[in-house]
Design a protein around this ligand. Structure first.
Ligand SMILES: C[S@@+](CC[C@H](N)C(=O)[O-])C[C@H]1O[C@@H](n2cnc3c(N)ncnc32)[C@H](O)[C@@H]1O
Length: 401
């Protein structure tokens, strides 16, 4: 693992408080926590978790960069596709986990330009800190575009329109497993004699909360692995997708859900070549795979099993209407035209050449296979609505699920 930069004294103190609290709770719970419980705590525990305390997260002083932060072309191209959904079936936009609000700010500009029939741009954000940043960024812009921005505490009872989530599902807590003699053991967190975290695998025998759910979900997924997984293989799965889609189905009579995230179809994800799974931690723009390093200061994610996303959505009554790579979605959705328009506009600006270079660089990072172009996938789920988006026609990967 690369040498990580030292946090400031305040950040170290915060991290020490997170560690002490987790260690006390693990000890009180008999010396072991599922990884799901650990990840949920380090990301979301009120006042302590990465998303719920005040870490910078985004941008040069933060830990990672997402597509809307990299380039305005991402949101502009996605918004023109969302516009097509809204024209056909009407309703609002509901964005999950809007981050800094950058996607929403760009999308509202596109909706104003295209005359999209949209009343409300609604957002559901678990982080109070990020909600405040979103409000600060969107307040003036949304008023100028005549669209009402609304922050929700929970899902509405009834909803028609589109739901959008970029890099949100991979921040949902996952279970980890380790293969031994063909059996998935539940990989969790224990304490060594100095009170430091260590990995500990145990048989999911029903003695712990969540064991039965772990066993049934692991068994179902592993039955479809491309080949038997070797001893010591470690992998992850997100057990919360069924509940997430059931909640969406409960509120949504008609509409579409567009998801963009790092991930693969199951048979590519559960593969002997990925023997250490897909857990990814981000701290100050360094990616590593040790979630015990600087807990509370580090983002912890795992790639999505998109076959599982499709299955959960179908169980809840959605149709799987599209699956492709980010490059496929953006190219099919018209990023070239957005780039040409942005370059032409940059020609009128004082710092024209710097703006043009930034636009071209952003487009490359969004599209190139070695950057985000292939690792991130887009999936469209529809409910009681017939929708075909150009973003899914350029590269159609539905057969790979
Ligand atoms: C990696 S950031 C992505 C932010 C933004 N979508 C973007 O692309 O820049 C994850 C976002 O999801 C939010 N989040 C995490 N879990 C969530 C959940 N269960 N419901 C809603 N938002 C969530 C985080 O607070 C954060 O805003």
């Amino acid at each position: 693992m690369a040498q990580l930069p030292e946090p400031s004294p305040e950040a170290r103190a915060h991290c020490a408080a997170v560690k002490a609290e987790i260690a006390a709770r693990i000890a009180a719970d008999g010396g072991w926590w599922s990884f799901h419980a650990y990840q949920d705590f380090v990301l979301h525990a009120p006042g302590l978790g990465y998303y719920s305390a005040g870490a910078s997260k985004f941008g040069p002083s933060g830990d990672f960069v997402t597509a809307p932060e990299l380039s305005p072309l991402f949101a502009r191209t996605c918004a023109s596709q969302l516009d097509l959904c809204l024209r056909v079936h009407g309703g609002d936009v509901l964005e999950f986990g809007p981050g800094t609000g950058r996607f929403a700010a760009e999308a509202l500009g596109v909706f104003a330009r295209l005359g999209t029939p949209l009343q409300r741009y609604r957002m559901l954000e678990t982080s109070a800190d990020l909600r405040a940043r979103q409000r600060a960024l969107l307040h003036a812009g949304a008023a100028a575009h005549g669209v009402h921005c609304e922050w929700l505490e929970a899902l509405p009872e009834r909803y028609t329109g589109v739901v959008f989530a970029n890099e949100v599902l991979d921040a949902m807590p996952c279970e980890r497993f380790e293969m031994r003699a063909g059996v998935p053991l539940r990989l969790g967190v224990a304490l060594d004699e100095r009170g430091e975290f260590l990995w500990q695998a145990r048989v999911a025998d029903g003695a712990r909360e969540g064991d039965a759910e772990f066993s049934s979900q692991a068994k179902r997924r592993l039955a479809e692995a491309s080949e038997p997984l070797p001893d010591g293989y470690r992998g992850e799965f997100h057990p919360g997708f069924d509940a997430w889609f059931a909640a969406l189905a409960g509120m949504m009579r008609r509409g579409a859900v567009l998801i963009a995230d790092y991930g693969l179809p199951r048979r590519h994800l559960l593969h002997a070549e990925r023997a250490m799974g897909s857990l990814r931690c981000h701290y100050r723009h360094l990616a590593h795979d040790d979630p015990f390093s600087w807990p509370g200061l580090t983002d912890v994610t795992a790639w999505l099993d998109f076959t599982a996303v499709a299955e959960s959505a179908a169980r809840a009554g959605f149709d799987v209407a599209g699956f492709t790579t980010q490059a496929g979605f953006l190219l099919g959705g018209g990023i070239e035209a957005e780039l040409a328009a942005a370059l032409a506009q940059a020609g009128d600006e004082r710092n024209a050449s710097a703006s043009r270079v930034a636009l071209a660089h952003g487009a490359r990072q969004l599209l190139l296979p070695g950057e985000m172009g292939e690792a991130v996938k887009f999936m469209l789920l529809t409910r009681d609505c017939d929708l075909s988006l150009p973003g899914f026609t350029f590269v159609d990967l539905l057969h790979s699920l």
